[in-house]
Design a protein around this ligand. Sequence first.
Ligand code: APR
Ligand code: ZN
Ligand code: ZN
Length: 361
Amino acid sequence: MAQQVRAVVARSKGAPVSLETIVVPDPGPGEALVKIEACGVCHTDLHYREGGISDDFPFLLGHEAAGTVEAVGEGVTDVAVGDFVVLNWRAVCGQCRACLRGRPWYCFDTHNAKQKMTLTDGTELSPALGIGAFAEKTLVAAGQCTKVDPAASAAAVGLLGCGVMAGIGAAINTGNVGRGDTVAVIGCGGVGDAAIVGSKLAGASKVIAVDIDDRKLATAEKLGATHTVNSRSADAVEAVRELTGGFGADVVIEAVGRPETYRQAFYARDLAGTVVLVGVPTPEMQLELPLLDVFGRGGALKSSWYGDCLPSRDFPMLVDLYLQGRLDLDAFVTETIALDEVEKAFERMHHGDVLRSVVVF
Ligand code: APR
Ligand code: ZN
Ligand code: ZN
């Protein structure tokens, strides 16, 4: 029997979100129904609301979530009723050319629930990133659920579902940061801060935080940055070189997504170093670099999709580290809010006041 639950919906472009009653179908083959316990508010939700991602309104927002599996459809064996899970937006297919080559974190054919959740008048909803978890319950593909230790706080580990995983993964998966490496992170929002935490976890000897906002640098320092650079008042490239014996960092993580910060990342890295782009650019942005420098400086220029994570591999591991006190995910939860406070949280996010507001149910 389909169920009716409360959820946050973006009905039209730019309009404030509203609390609505939605209809959630019973899980069909390969699907799972999840009772949401917590869901973080991410910039991407705001982008959806502003029509920056697609025009498929109405959207069901929310995608950084943890909860409990309430029901599973036919053929689901990886998760079971009662499992505590973190949701992900890249359920890998196991069959595309990336999966078949043993690189499922690049999967080119990730999937979501086949059935649609709707408004009570039957209007189909588009779940943000195929999740839609600002809802008491949501329907996803079973592969979007990763079982983790239920002792963990849902508000904290739900954040692994998106931005925090992107940042940690940019450092440990894409950038391959290892013991003794020097790292610079440009842009210290939720993603950049997670890259700082990931670098520290991986044993970086120096983690240099670069931002244009002193408040962000103060938080970055709390999370483990060893040095901070305000690139409004100092030249970011010069500053990073100075802090690394004149050479540049082994790995520079760009967590803004702009050509000028990418250029800083490119030149702030040591010869043969690695640049990781995890910030997401917009379609009109262009990058110009001397090709001779691209060749002559060597190394690797990489992009990081969702931290090149494999949820089944990375989520349980990171939750274990969290429970052991080695990964402070609680530090990313600035405030917990109620379901009807998402619009207010967008406002605070827009002003740069919070790392994450998290809806708890
Ligand atoms: N130089 C350095 N830092 C900058 C610059 C700049 N020119 N412009 C902005 N920043 C800083 C902001 O001050 C802020 O601290 O970058 C940070 C961006 O953080 P958020 O807006 O909180 O974004 P976040 O959620 O961390 O995501 C970062 O990754 O997933 C993508 O779409 C996302 O592109 C975005 C990026
Ligand atoms: Zn695949
Ligand atoms: Zn997100």
